[in-house]
Every structure is written in structure tokens, then in C-alpha cells.
Design a protein around this ligand. Structure first.
Ligand code: PAF
Length: 281
């Protein structure tokens, strides 16, 4: 596996691969890789001749300076994992390489980006679109892989590709969970033992809500989740919304959509976690 840190060197290598008729897959990450990322890379390796994994903590998508400062960075371990699972290139550029000048582009994905993460983290999706579009321009992948844990991000990236008329396939991959149910996240490493224990309430509540939803209204299901989280000391709910999986807008009745997803964001101590569950579709 090659470790590359400039767009120029990356393009040189990929131009050669493409000239040889090879397909290219891209897995964008911010590093601190875990089994969830590994599942994306493994799928990319199966479906493409060449697989680029970008490892870049993108400053423009953080609306909170402390969050950016504390974000885990583990490049050596990341590269060792990527090598083991067969990635071709780890692309680990500097901030100056990706942003030689300020990126002043303003994207709008309304109404997808006005709700949930978009409402709670102003500018977050603009930053995601800035970096992901730069990566797509640099790599020109045939396919790019994203996890469904970031459900709203996935919908927004599909919309960005549509708006920019890019010709690549966006592949959404299922959430990977720890054995006890906690959705894998690079931020889990920031949890203390006690917080890690409390965080289990998130997945157990979402799973229980799927059973509850079978015989209860949408409003009752929403309240069920909100109450369980609010009743757990150490968890601070930011939102729980039951939305149409395509428009990401809240719905009022189960019959309002054939594709229904519940999306949650909360603080466990100082660590912000998200998760989601599909009720329908
Ligand atoms: O999902 C992430 O880790 C990031 O938002 C992404 C897509 C790598 C862009 O920085």
C-alpha cells in the first residue's frame, strides 16, 4: 500500500491505473479507523481494482473548535489496518494541501440540510460538501463508499453528486455495531468506561422502539425514545426525529411514508454521538 500526501502524486498514480483500464473506489474517512470503516474498505476492495482511502480530519466541517482539537488522530494504526485489508492507497494530505486557499464555496441542499445535523451544526454539511467534492475531483472515483450511520450525510452527498452532475456511484453501507449494539464511531474512543456503559442505552432504546412501533403510533414511539434517553443520567438528547428517509423531513403518521427512519443525536458526557434505525422501507 502506498501512503500519498499530495493531490499531484495521487493523480499520477490514478492516471496510470485508469490508462490500464482499472476501476477506482474511494472511501473518504477522517481516520481513527474502526471495524465500520474496515467494512467500507473491504467492500470497496471487492468491487474495484484500485481503492483509495482518504484520511483527513476536515477542519471546515467542524463548527466546534474543541471537537476538532479533540478528534482522535491515529494515522500509523490506520495505515496498518488499511494495508491489512488490501487498500491500494492511503491518501493523508495536510490541511494546506486540501485548502491552499480558503474554500468560499457555499452549497445548499435544502431542505435536506436544514434539519437535524444541519440545524444543530451550522455549516457542517457545507464543510462536508467542500471536502468530499474536492476528493471526488482529485480521485475521480467510479464508486465512493459511505456508512449509513451518517444517514443525513449520505443523502446530502447523493444530492451533491446530482447537483454537480458527477458521474460516480455512491454506495451506502449498513451500520456496523459493537457486539453489545453500540454503533461504531471514531468518537467512541473518547468515552470513559462509565460513559461507554451509558451509551449502550442509545442502541438498546432504538432496537426496543422498533418493536414498540409495531403496535403504537409514531408520536408514542417518538416519546418512548425521548423518555428513555432523558431518563438516563449522563445522556443529553439533542434530537430524535422520525423522518421520511428520502426527504429527511419529519412525518406525523407511519402511513405518511414507505421509507421511515428514526435519527438520534445526543451528548454522552462531552462526546456527541449519532445513530439511527430504519422502521420501514
Ligand atoms: O463521515 C466522515 O467521516 C466525514 O464526514 C467525511 C465524509 C470523511 C468527510 O470529511
Amino acid at each position: 500500500m502506498k501512503i500519498i500526501d499530495t493531490i499531484k502524486d495521487l493523480r499520477l498514480l490514478l492516471d496510470e491505473s485508469r490508462a490500464a483500464g482499472k476501476s477506482v473506489g474511494l472511501v473518504p474517512t477522517m481516520g481513527a479507523l474502526h471495524a465500520g470503516h474496515a467494512s467500507l474498505v473491504e467492500r470497496a476492495v471487492k468491487e474495484n481494482d484500485v481503492v483509495v482511502v482518504s484520511v483527513f480530519v476536515n477542519p471546515t466541517q467542524f463548527n466546534d473548535k474543541n471537537d476538532l482539537k479533540n478528534y482522535p488522530r491515529t494515522l500509523d494504526a490506520d495505515c496498518a489496518l488499511l494495508e491489512r485489508i488490501g487498500a491500494t492507497v492511503a491518501f493523508a494530505p495536510s490541511v494546506e494541501e486540501m485548502y491552499p486557499e480558503e474554500d468560499t464555496r457555499q452549497f445548499s441542499f435544502a431542505p435536506l440540510d436544514t434539519v437535524m445535523e444541519g440545524a444543530c451544526r451550522p455549516g457542517h454539511f457545507n464543510g462536508v460538501a467542500q471536502i468530499v467534492s474536492k476528493l471526488f475531483y482529485a480521485v475521480e472515483p467510479d464508486r465512493a463508499y459511505f456508512g449509513e450511520k451518517d444517514f443525513q450525510q449520505l443523502a446530502i452527498i447523493r444530492e451533491m453528486v446530482r447537483q454537480l452532475g458527477m458521474e460516480l456511484e455512491i454506495v451506502g453501507c449498513p451500520i456496523v455495531r459493537e457486539e453489545d449494539g453500540l454503533a461504531m464511531s471514531s468518537r467512541n474512543t473518547l468515552l470513559s468506561e462509565d460513559e461507554r456503559e451509558r451509551a449502550l442505552t442509545i442502541s438498546s432504546t432504538l432496537f426496543a422502539s422498533a418493536d414498540f412501533a409495531k403496535v403504537n403510533t409514531l408520536a408514542a414511539t417518538k416519546a418512548f425514545v425521548e423518555d428513555m434517553i432523558n431518563d438516563t443520567p449522563g445522556l443529553e438528547l439533542e434530537y430524535y426525529q422520525i423522518v421520511d428517509g428520502n426527504t429527511l423531513q419529519e412525518i406525523g403518521e407511519w402511513s405518511d411514508s414507505d421509507y421511515v427512519v428514526g435519527c438520534i443525536a445526543l451528548f454522552c458526557g462531552n462526546v456527541r454521538l449519532i445513530d439511527n434505525i430504519k422502521y420501514k422501507g
